[in-house]
Design a protein around this ligand. Structure first.
Ligand code: SF4
Ligand code: SF4
Length: 62
């Protein structure tokens, strides 16, 4: 069991809030957008969803 992490690049404004808040460093900045490079580490805490003012992040249990 784990989580799929998707960032909608059309909605992401590159504020880096999700990078700051994620306890397991799922995200890195790539071309000024957040990229979920370590999605396999995701805990499903949804802190990143709460801080993203642009509703760019979708977490799905898989
Ligand atoms: S919090 Fe949202 S808008 Fe900000 S960098 Fe992360 S995905 Fe992009
Ligand atoms: S749900 Fe939690 S662990 Fe997963 S990417 Fe968001 S902040 Fe990181």
């Amino acid at each position: 069991m784990g989580y799929e992490v998707v960032v909608d690049k059309e909605k992401c404004e590159g504020c880096e809030e999700c990078i700051e808040v994620c306890p397991v460093d799922v995200y890195e900045m790539v071309d000024e957008k957040s990229e979920p490079v370590n999605a396999e580490e995701c805990l499903g805490c949804e802190s990143c969803i709460e801080v993203c003012e642009h509703e760019a992040i979708v977490i799905t249990e898989v």
